[in-house]
Ligand binder design. Structure first.
Ligand SMILES: *[C@@H]1O[C@H](CO)[C@@H](O)[C@H](O)[C@H]1NC(C)=O
Ligand SMILES: *[C@@H]1O[C@H](CO)[C@@H](O)[C@H](O)[C@H]1NC(C)=O
Ligand SMILES: *[C@@H]1O[C@H](CO)[C@@H](O)[C@H](O)[C@H]1NC(C)=O
Length: 453
């Protein structure tokens, strides 16, 4: 009896399994068939009818007038980032014009293909001396400097740790590298350390791939300074290469204007690659990378923006050399700028209707509306109206522009103020009182006012 029972139970289970297998197979075949059908329909019937996706997803609203009129000389411009005010310096203009007569307007060739002229070599050597590094290479466009430098080293198998608020050119460089990217919270060294430990535990940091750390000395999107010493310490501990974007600090901070490494007394060779800009303090265009010969030389073939762009026009190269002459002869202009940046910082803390982000020595300050409950679009619109109002009253400012959908971590709408050497106490007071006045006239404060009037 017991044997029979066991036999019966076993065959019963065999039956259950067999039925399941049959059902499973039928279902699988049926699925394959039903999956195939729409494909067939698409290829046969719809191939000639379907519409391709639109080339541009949606219309970008461009709220700048297509042609900016030249800003009146009498207007105080705190939108442009000519921190050292060398853009109208007579000696620079004269030397640039001389260069124009000597070489013509453009170089019409990339550096490696008949585009190198003596002034390029001179500028690179002068910048290397100024930065106290072995070598520099000059790019003809600021944005493409770091956007090309990153993918010249970081490749698909590599891993990059970057601050979440890095500016757009760095983000685009990271995209082009196709590396694994880990963004850490803005200037949050605990978060970075945590990510690095996590990556170590997961063996994501290993001898088979390069690892990078990317930061800005002063962040264009927040005006904050990075904690460079801590970054260097972490980079050494976890064996990362550091790429430091000093676009807003070279010619701006440090006793002789050599940037954050000089300011914090961090040896230059602790940083694997320093990236600078010629578009702010040096009052021309282009950018450069500074480091050892071994590292910089690599970009002359691997930096796409270097290798395949026509070289910087000689007259603009000359302008950078002449700006460097001034900076090296009169390092005190750095001090004048720093004093104004500090004063502006103090004045901004007294704003009634705004908060701001920036640092004593930062030449860039971001002004935010205090009304945090408004939507970003509305804030943007108010800020735009506020800057228009200020321009009418004689001070030009700019609302920070972002491609909202394309930014990794889009910053809050803000007005970006640029400090400069030409500001004085009167101007700084004017900037702040005008901002508050504008808020009451055309900002979120205006509605309140119209109702009570
Ligand atoms: C800056 O201040 C000076 C002197 O106080 C003043 O003459 C000048 O008009 C100010 N500039 C602007 C644009 O307000
Ligand atoms: C900004 O100004 C424009 C034109 O005067 C107006 O249409 C718009 O409503 C203003 N924006 C806000 C948020 O008030
Ligand atoms: C501010 O600068 C202007 C020139 O731009 C000068 O005329 C004026 O005396 C300065 N004012 C102060 C308070 O330093």
């Amino acid at each position: 009896m017991i044997l029979m029972d066991i036999y019966d139970t076993a065959s019963w289970w065999t039956l259950v399994i067999a039925v399941q297998v049959v059902i499973g197979t039928v279902y699988f075949l049926w699925q394959r068939k039903s999956n195939k059908e729409p494909e067939d329909k698409l290829t046969k019937k719809k191939l000639m009818e379907w519409k391709p996706l639109p080339l541009v997803e949606r219309d970008y609203e461009v709220d700048e007038p297509p042609l900016m009129e030249k800003i009146d000389e009498k207007v105080l411009n705190v939108g442009a980032t000519s921190f050292l005010c060398l853009d109208k310096e007579p000696t620079i203009m004269e030397n640039a014009i001389k260069s124009l007569h000597k070489y013509g307007v453009g170089s019409c060739g990339p550096r490696g293909f008949y585009g190198t002229i003596d002034v390029h070599l001179e500028l690179e050597e002068r910048l290397a001396n100024f930065m106290q590094v072995e070598e520099t290479c000059v790019y003809s466009y600021g944005f493409s400097t770091i956007a090309s430098a990153i993918p010249a080293y970081a490749k698909k198998p590599d891993i990059v740790f970057a601050d979440e608020k890095v500016w757009f050119a760095i983000q685009k460089g990271l995209d082009a590298s196709r590396s694994t990217i880990r963004y850490f919270k803005h200037n949050d060294m605990n978060d970075l350390e945590h990510l690095l430990e996590e990556a170590t535990a997961k063996k994501e940091l290993n001898p088979k791939r390069r690892a990078f750390l990317i930061a800005e000395a002063i962040y264009f999107n927040t005006g904050k300074m990075c904690p460079l010493r801590k970054l260097v310490e972490l980079a050494r501990r976890f064996k990362l290469r550091i790429i430091l974007d000093e676009s807003l600090t070279i010619g701006v901070i440090g006793k002789r204007g050599r940037g954050l490494t000089e300011h914090l007394n961090v040896p230059r060779d602790e940083i694997d690659l320093i990236v600078g800009s010629l578009e702010h303090s040096f009052a021309t265009i282009g950018g450069f990378c500074a480091g050892t010969h071994f590292v910089v030389e690599h970009q002359r073939l691997s930096g796409l923006g270097y290798c395949f762009s026509a070289s910087l026009p000689p007259m603009l190269t000359q302008a950078a050399i002449s700006a460097l002459d001034i900076l090296e002869k009169n390092p005190s202009i750095i001090n004048e700028l720093n004093e104004n940046s500090k004063k502006l910082n103090i004045a901004l803390t007294k704003l009634k209707h705004y908060t701001f982000s920036g640092e004593e020595l930062s030449p860039v300050k971001h002004i935010y509306l205090k009304n945090s409950e408004l939507s970003d679009d509305l804030k943007q619109s108010y800020l735009k109206n506020i800057t228009n109002y200020c321009l009418e009253k004689g001070i030009a400012m700019t609302v920070a522009a972002y491609l909202r959908d394309a930014e990794v971590n889009c910053p809050e709408p803000s007005i970006r103020l640029a400090s400069s050497r030409k500001l004085n106490d009167t101007n700084i007071t004017q900037i702040c009182s005008l901002l508050d006045e504008a808020y009451e006239k055309v900002g979120p404060g205006s509605e309140f006012k119209t109702f009570s009037d």
